[in-house]
Design a protein around this ligand. Structure first.
Ligand code: NDP
Length: 333
């Protein structure tokens, strides 16, 4: 099995030397074990946090261990009565071509016909669920709300926009980097307006895009985007703080300036709540029942950026921080 490991904690933006690729001889299967050939593995911005040795909701990656993460593949060998050769499964063993472990590490996935199994890493997986939980359970979107979403052309953001539309939001304003991605927001993902944050400061662009203010903010970016939201919020506005990719590679956390307009939290009675998906998994079934049918009807669409080959997985991961992806970034094994 070929596997990718973290060997050094990155300082700032990760570089290839922080990782190594190893080949591991797999032992014969023990009792109740499964061997899986991965079809796709996921690379996600949150993995950057696991590369630091810091206190978080999820333990840091161990140095010299293969990195974990979502993956989907097919069973090629099994000594478990619950899995047969050819079964499609998801798991969390991540950055490797062949995954082998006790049967409980794997979950059966429904066959989807012509739809690539990568959808289990994105729209029908953690990404889609994060979008749904953040918007509906954390920010408590209501019909008629004006919504602002940062990182809007990315995996989570593009789903948030569409779920907001489905749930009757009024203005759905998204920000993304560059004119092409910005155009996709309105043409493909159901946003009412797209802002190119690279073209001019987000603060003034959002003011202009939302003359009636915003009621909900879904934050994927942090920094200046969070500040812009604080400035444009209406009274009783609600923010779901999902991520802050603009600061993940900051070398010195003390040098990150805090957003201005914090006093608006008081004067406008705002609620801002950080969340991680794992605290909302009790709503996973609701997500599957509410959202999955809209995939089948084509009402919700999703993009994927597919990078070929495990040997390109690190470049795929690095590319998340320069916006190389539209929709979910996945690596085809
Ligand atoms: P994305 O598909 O959104 O990929 C990352 C995108 O971020 C890039 O495509 C790029 O888009 C944008 N970006 C990168 N650097 C910057 C920057 N400096 N300023 C503004 N935008 C930037 O990834 P995900 O959808 O997987 O994740 C989105 C966010 O959600 C992340 O912050 C992630 O950590 C968080 N997350 C949180 C979870 C939770 O449980 N709370 C679960 C999953 C994800 P562009 O070209 O537009 O700049």
């Amino acid at each position: 099995s070929t596997q990718i490991q973290l060997v050094r904690r990155p300082a700032g933006m990760p570089v290839a030397e922080d990782f190594r690729t190893v080949t591991v001889e797999l032992p014969d299967l023990g009792e109740n074990q499964v061997r899986v050939r991965n079809e796709f593995i996921s690379v996600d911005p949150y993995m950057r946090g696991r590369m630091n040795d810091s206190k978080s909701y999820i333990p840091p990656f161990e140095l010299g261990e293969t990195m974990q993460g979502s993956a989907v593949g097919r069973v090629i060998e099994s000594t478990s009565p619950e899995f047969s050769e050819g079964d499609l499964v998801t798991h969390f063993l991540g950055w490797r071509d062949i995954a082998q472990a006790d049967a409980q590490a794997f979950t059966q996935a429904q066959e989807l016909g012509d739809v690539a199994s990568s959808v289990y890493l994105g729209a029908l997986g953690l990404t889609g669920m994060t979008a749904y939980m953040g918007l509906m359970k954390v920010a408590e979107l209501k019909e008629g709300d004006n919504v602002f979403i940062s990182g809007a052309a990315g995996a989570v953001g593009s789903m948030v926009g569409q779920i907001a539309k489905l749930k009757g939001a009024r203005e759905i304003i998204g920000s993304a980097g560059g004119s092409e991605k910005t155009a996709l927001l309105t043409q493909r993902f159901g946003f009412t307006q797209g802002i190119d944050y690279k073209a001019a400061p987000i603060l003034t662009q959002l003011e202009e895009a939302a003359p009636n203010g915003i009621d909900v903010y879904f934050d994927n970016v942090g920094g200046d985007h969070l500040e812009a939201a604080l400035n444009s919020f209406n009274r009783y506005g609600r923010a779901a703080l999902c991520g802050a990719i603009s600061v993940y590679n900051e070398k010195d956390p003390n040098s990150i300036p805090g957003p201005r307009f914090m006093t608006n939290i008081v004067t406008r009675s705002l609620s801002m709540k950080g969340f991680v998906l794992q605290d909302y998994l009790q709503f996973a079934q609701e997500f599957r029942e509410e959202i999955a049918p809209h995939f089948i009807s084509g009402e919700i669409t999703y993009d994927e950026t597919v990078v070929e080959g495990l040997h390109n997985a690190l470049d795929a991961f690095f590319g998340l921080f320069s916006g190389k992806n539209t929709g979910k970034m996945v690596v085809e094994i």
